[in-house]
Ligand binder design. Sequence first.
Ligand code: DGJ
Length: 729
Amino acid sequence: MAIKFDEVSRTFYLDGKDITYAFFINEYDYAEHLYYGKTIGHDDLRYTRGTFGGSAVVKLSRPDVKTAVKSYNHFGSELTFHGTGDYREPMVEVVNPAGDRLTQLLYDSHEILSGKPAIKGMPSMRGGETLVLHLKDKVSCLACDLYYTVYEDTGVIARRAVYKNESKDVIMLNRAYSFAMTLPHMEYDVVSLYGCWAKERKIDRIPMHHGVVSIDSKRTSSSATLNPFMALAEKNATEEQGNVYGISLIYSSSFVLKAEGTPDGRTLVTGGINDFDFKWKLESGEEFETPEVIIAYSTEGMGGMSRSFHDAFRNYLINPRFVRKHRPVVINNWEATYFSFDSEMLKNIAKAVEGTGIDTFVLDDGWFGKRNNDSAGLGDWVVNTDKLHGGLKEIIDYVNSLGMKFGLWFEPEMVNEDSDLYRERPDYAIGVPNRPHCYSRNQFVLDLTRKEVRDYIVESVNKVLQENHIEYVKWDFNRNVTESYSLGREPERQAEFAHRYALGLYDLCERIVEANPDVFFEGCSAGGARFDPGILYYFSQIWTSDDTDAEERTHIQYGTSMVYPLSAMSCHVSVVPNHQTCRMTPMATRADIAHLGATGYELDTSHFSDEDRAVVRKQVEEYHEIEDLILNGDLYRTENPMESNYFGFMVVSKDKKEAVLTAYRRMGGVNNEMKLLKVAGLDAEKVYHVSGLDMTLKGSTLMNVGVAPMFAGGDFMTVKYWFKEVGAR
Ligand code: DGJ
């Protein structure tokens, strides 16, 4: 049993792989946090509570306790609440029927479950063993269940909260976060992933301070601005050493994560659905589910944290049907043609890669309605026969006759003003009556909070999928929501919009993605703007960025790998000069970087010479040799392109019998520095043959000495080494 309850000290001990999480129910029936870190014994940890008194002492409101000098403010916390002496960031904020905003959620009972109940209407991890802690406010009759799940094979804990209105009246939720947890000190750096279009998931690291560090999205999408991730890394924590807590929220709409340096010198972390522009009317008898948060603990620095997230997501989040299997190697026509194509052009692109190992042709934007540019057609999921003369069937049959699968692009959540759908149902687009719409890419977002709108989308997309032999779907989302408002809801419920949009999106995913179990789905959002664990639950890979320049991709893929496994990142080889940066990089480099994920090609192959074809065939062959490692191995980030002239990813099989190191040097030059590339993750005692060096060396030698790279002259060059165990010495 991974979860134990000590009845004497009223302590819960939750043990996962190499971790223990502990809290107890204190003398005020408050769930008081004790510990989260490396595995420890089940000792009585209450001696760690300390004596901090604080300056603003508020006595606990318990009639029999007249002399208490502590308030909730002084307890390590599993759930912070407002109005009864705790001045830290509350996890929950309510308006009770009388108009007061007090909450006092105290222990009532608990259950230990052998599995993990799914969240109603939202994605979450599977498996594990679960503790459900039932807390109640006896006056307002708000109840809260805190869920904790631990895994024997993964060093993470999954947490969430369910709020229940057990009163006879309405309770307004002004804030309903998923978790709260106290960390033992403040000597952390806060790490987050920020960015924008074509520059997704860059790494920020700032010192923790007194007060609140907050990262969030207000876009009704997890967004490229800040990913729903935060790490608290001890000051001395590096890529491979030191203590790090990582927090990743399984959610695709507006979120917030906060770290608060409290007067007692500790750090309170909390967050979930963003309470900015949020209010939820909870009727008598109703429950409110919050998204799940995954909290990783690592003693092996940022790298160890990432490996825990990667294992957790591959084992328990991403679709088990696809997560570990061979991924389609695609040829996508977007950068080759944009909107200007016909069946012949597409056939030529597909025909040119026949026999190269590329096995899936993906037809991107522009195949439907009057979609000749980005101002028309979205919402009309009917084939454009001016462009595809023989309809979808003809091009699909042709692609299949080449021995390739066929994939298709959709943007199900959107509508253009110039579309049949908008002409018939303008009310389906999100908007506020008597106010003009904000335009973005000439399109509007459909109101997914309304069932009839979702029904239209499900019917029209599923019709295309069911009437055609489509084996792959790229699901795009190219603009953010503005004018958050639904015609389907009364005024006092309009601030429920952002969360209801997420629920609508997940409902669509259930009814389209889950209803077509043999189709492989890729997520996309103007590049990688909605790259989050909620999307990853339904879409086994996500387009990482529209920026396919190899140099930029080293940064983007490095940052994305903080949380997401390489198998989640869709990465394509594109043409030079690069369409986003105009940079020239060698074809081999573009392939080596794109092959560090779920790979593909996105360029006009119709002009390919036999030599070009041979190059691609060889690249795809090499990719297949490392594909299993890329999908299932442990990632070690050996060189950081944000900090040096180099990038290095080493991926090691779980049994440490084989590994591959791909490294990249940005700038060439003359009289270059002597550089030894770092090697990591091997078994020190095993002996490896290293192709690329063509030598046999011990793991300890390789990891302590490194390898001297033979980069070809010039800028933007890569090298690749394969390590294969040949025995022990
Ligand atoms: C944005 C995506 O990131 C691109 O790959 C492409 O699919 C376009 N949208 C199509 O409009």
